[in-house]
Design a protein around this ligand. Structure first.
Ligand code: CLF
Ligand code: SF4
Length: 468
């Protein structure tokens, strides 16, 4: 039994269940973001419309509980703030979530983002959510969170520490009278509050959240559920308020309501907006945060590109079957007969090729093949640059430490070490300086292997090339 399968089995038996800087982040003109922001959204399918044609995301359903009751939500189903009503997800433990991500990474090479968006509110389940992000830090994926914002002020610094760079807060009103028509109750500090008292507290906490996200330089998206006759005349005020707090992008989503979903709004016959009403509200907004128009209201265990649903390919049962069939050793790709390249990458955080060869203290070692990219470990080396000159014995030791790699990705490398690398059979590559590690590795691999690969792989290569 593989270690992954053992992990899953033991978790099952336990739970028994099977679903920088204070810079301004708000671009005055969409499409003219700073290089830093551009880099942070270029492979996030929700924050960049361009990226949603090229990159996939996975949602990890590790958070079952919620601390508020939205009138458009039925607790039998997933959090409607990031999910269509009426679909349920398999709950995962954090360890199962990591195993699932590993499998998906091996099958969907353009996977770029891992998000936690339910099925309840991630921060009403802080242990599971934070533990999952901790485990995911080794995957090289962008980490994303979606929350109602009630508990967010307590966790922003921790989320930043864990590498969560994108946070969505669902805010449906900034006026307590209007909000009290949308939320039945909230639970805060062991107290259950209702009406305008509950709505005021929730809004205060959401506004605090936006300030803290800006302070900690985390990109923020606000989701708003458009509810005709309830908050449709209030969207401009809401949009101006959140824009003034540095929110990057605003996603105004239609209420999806039907009696069979069993929600309060469904029962009282509250309708959702027509396409024309939705567009009219979006088009009436003044400048400020850019607008997201490509949301697919995906489910809390969504996998793949936005708008495609591959979650059924990655259920817990499929995960167990795949691992039983392949029994991969740690560090091996699932399809061991595939050609595989091993590459040493100079990267500080495992995500970006951002270190000068002369300053590296450890290399991340990756294997890349047709079935995906996987990090197999880190190798420590001594710093080659000794303040103006390179230390030759250190260079020899470094090249020995990565002798099994066919290439080395660096931000920059000098002429002398470059010659020695080539002589040692290791290709120095600085073409991906400042680029995402996983995408760059896949682009490098596909460029080398294009001939023997299938048409679909060539399509992936073209997609990846477009953003490199
Ligand atoms: Fe998921 Fe949400 Fe992150 Fe995207 S979804 S947690 S920001 S990675 Fe995206 Fe799906 Fe719309 Fe959400 S299309 S429902 S906006
Ligand atoms: Fe439902 Fe999400 Fe609202 Fe909680 S925050 S009540 S899970 S829609």
């Amino acid at each position: 039994m593989s270690s992954i399968v053992k992990q899953i089995s033991s978790q099952r038996s336990k739970c028994g269940s099977g679903s920088c800087s204070g810079r301004s982040l708000s671009p005055a003109i969409p499409g003219h973001e700073s290089r830093d922001v551009q880099h942070r959204i270029e492979n996030h399918p929700c924050y960049s419309e361009k990226a949603h044609h090229r990159f996939a995301r996975i949602h990890l359903a590790v958070a079952p509980a919620c601390n508020i009751q939205c009138n458009y939500c039925n607790r039998k189903y997933d959090c409607s703030n990031e999910s269509r009503p009426g679909v349920t997800s398999e709950r995962l433990t954090p360890e199962q979530a990591l195993a699932k991500v590993r499998l998906v990474q091996s099958r969907i090479p353009n996977l770029a983002v891992a998000g936690i968006a339910g099925p309840g509110d991630p921060l009403a389940n802080p242990e599971k959510t934070l533990r999952t992000f901790e485990l995911l830090s080794e995957t090289g994926l962008r980490l994303c969170l979606s929350t109602n914002g009630l508990m967010l002020p307590d966790f922003v610094p921790e989320l930043k520490r864990l590498g969560v760079d994108h946070v969505t807060v669902t805010i449906n009103a900034v006026d307590p009278t209007i909000a009290s028509k949308i939320y039945a109750w909230i639970v805060f500090g062991r107290r259950r509050l209702e009406g305008e008292e509950a709505a005021s507290l929730l809004i205060d906490r959401q506004m605090q959240s936006l300030d803290l996200l800006k302070k900690h330089d985390i990109l923020c998206k606000v989701n708003t559920v458009l509810i005709p006759g309830v908050n449709d005349d209030h969207i401009t005020e809401l949009h101006e308020k959140i824009s003034s707090k540095g929110v990057f992008i605003h996603n105004i989503m239609p209420l999806i309501s039907a009696p069979e979903y069993g929600t309060y709004f469904g029962k009282i016959g509250q309708r959702g907006p027509t396409d024309q009403e939705l567009e009219s509200v979006r088009n009436s907004l003044p400048g400020g945060a850019r607008l997201m128009r490509h949301c697919k209201q995906c489910r809390a265990d969504a996998v793949g590109m936005l708008g495609e649903d591959r979650s059924s390919e990655f259920t817990l049962q499929k995960l167990e079957e795949a691992n039983a069939a392949s029994t991969p050793k740690q560090g091996e790709l699932l399809l061991s007969s595939d050609p595989v390249l091993r590459v040493a990458v100079a990267t500080k955080d495992g995500r970006i090729v951002d270190e000068h060869f002369g300053h590296v203290h450890s290399f991340s070692i990756f294997e890349v093949g047709a079935s995906g990219v996987i990090e197999i470990g880190r190798r420590s080396v001594d710093e080659y640059c000794q303040g103006g000159y390179g230390d030759e014995p250190t260079l020899s030791d470094t090249l020995r430490a990565i002798a099994d790699c066919s290439a080395i990705f660096v931000q920059k490398v000098g002429h002398c070490p470059r010659k020695d690398m080539v002589a040692a059979g290791i290709e120095p590559v600085d073409a991906y300086a400042g680029k995402p590690v996983h995408t760059s590795l896949m682009h490098f691999f596909l460029s080398k292997q294009l001939g023997p690969l299938s048409e679909s792989a060539r399509n992936v290569a073209e997609d990846v090339s477009a953003v490199i």
